[in-house]
Design a protein around this ligand. Structure first.
Ligand code: MN
Length: 375
């Protein structure tokens, strides 16, 4: 059973949190394996943090499969006061159980994918080597299985009225939540937009033979049913083919792509346009229902030095927050989000770090702004 917050507040006998549990929003947080040390159960929650430790196809640097765990560690340090939502800690935000089995599958498949990539880099052709072709098939099937599982879980969570914030993992992990939303919205005859922060356009048809590469997530999304628009922010490292796709989709009436390349945003800023004005323009490209897909590398890399494919340039964290606040103030509804490609500095991660500290704050801000549009 799922109780709305409206009901919660209407009750005269309002129960302060301290009477419900030992949770103290101003005190030291207990490391309880839940994001931000919050006390809420999945069943009662309205917002769900969904960790997906998956980075099978990342090409440059591994580690984003440790993102969910490292952000969890960092999340215990985040303080709860938030200017956007009063008493945000009372919002029932729960953590989906950590999928240990998928982390194990990730480890095995990543090893296979790595050996296949080494083969490619040495000039090998999979069509001439059945063993390598088998490895590629196995990796692709493993990725499909992961995405089917995530989609199914998201479908159930969304159907029960919860808003999902997925925590990757590489960018391919955004597939499940966006597909589940696409299914729901197209079934109801409604449309949604995707606001996409990234240094990369992620519009490759496939990458290195991987059908579900982190570099092709938006190629899948652009064809999802019910998509009103895909609006990309901060893109600054993309292939000529990807730009050709953008140009082709720019003029469509629905399911269109609008890309704010980093150089265009910088040009506006350097010629004196306020970020607020730019945000109004971006907002106009989005429909009433907005999903946020946030690759941490869309930000200036000083916020994410350990991410898999850092690129100089990018936007400030506060610019991203201001943009989302602009959408919210214009009455757009945030229907879900993901934060991907957060990685600790080493693959042997065993503690918190700067990237994850930033990630935890992004996660809390996303939850807060989502909450603001739920009530
Ligand atoms: Mn990226």
């Amino acid at each position: 059973m799922f109780f709305s917050l409206a009901l919660h507040y209407e009750a005269d006998e309002y129960q302060p949190m301290s009477q419900k549990s030992d949770f103290d929003p101003s005190g030291l947080l207990v490391k309880n394996d839940r994001y931000f040390g919050l006390p809420y159960e999945l069943e009662e929650s309205e917002i769900v943090f969904f960790p997906v430790p998956w980075d099978v196809t990342t090409s440059y640097r591994a580690g984003t499969s440790h993102g969910p765990q490292s952000v969890l560690e960092a999340s215990y340090q985040v303080d709860f006061f938030n200017p956007d939502v009063d008493r945000m800690w009372e919002t029932k935000m729960a953590s989906f159980p950590f999928p240990e089995n998928w982390l194990e599958k990730n480890r095995a498949l990543r090893k296979a994918a790595r050996s296949y990539l080494d083969f490619l880099e040495e000039g090998g052709l999979p069509e001439e080597d059945p063993a390598q072709a088998r490895i590629l098939k196995q990796v692709n099937e493993g990725c499909v299985a992961l995405h089917e599982w995530v989609t199914g879980q998201c479908r159930e969570l969304i159907e029960s009225g919860k808003t999902v914030i997925l925590l990757g993992g590489d960018h391919s992990t955004s597939y499940g939540p966006i597909r589940a939303i696409s299914e729901k919205f197209s079934r109801e005859g409604k449309t949604f937009s995707v606001l996409h922060f990234d240094a990369h356009a992620d519009l490759r048809v496939e990458y290195e033979g991987f059908v579900h590469s982190h570099a092709s997530i938006m190629n899948h999304v652009k064809d999802f049913k019910g998509l009103h628009s895909l609006v990309q922010i901060g893109i600054r490292d993309c292939s000529p083919d990807e730009v050709a796709t953008i140009r082709e989709y720019e003029k469509k009436k629905s399911g269109f792509i609008h890309t704010y390349f980093d150089w265009d945003l910088k040009k506006k800023a350097y010629s004196g346009e306020s970020w607020d004005k730019t945000c109004q323009e971006i907002s106009a490209k989005l429909g009433d229902h907005v999903y946020i897909s946030w690759d941490i590398d869309g930000l200036d890399p000083r916020f994410c030095p350990s991410t898999g494919t850092p690129v100089p340039g990018g936007i400030e964290l506060d610019q991203a927050f201001h943009l989302i606040r602009t959408l919210v103030s214009q009455g757009k509804r945030l229907i879900g989000a993901d934060l991907v490609e957060v990685a600790p500095p080493s693959a042997d991660f065993d503690g918190s770090d700067w990237d994850s500290n930033v990630g935890a704050r992004v996660l809390f801000a996303l939850a807060t702004l989502i909450k603001k549009t739920r009530t």
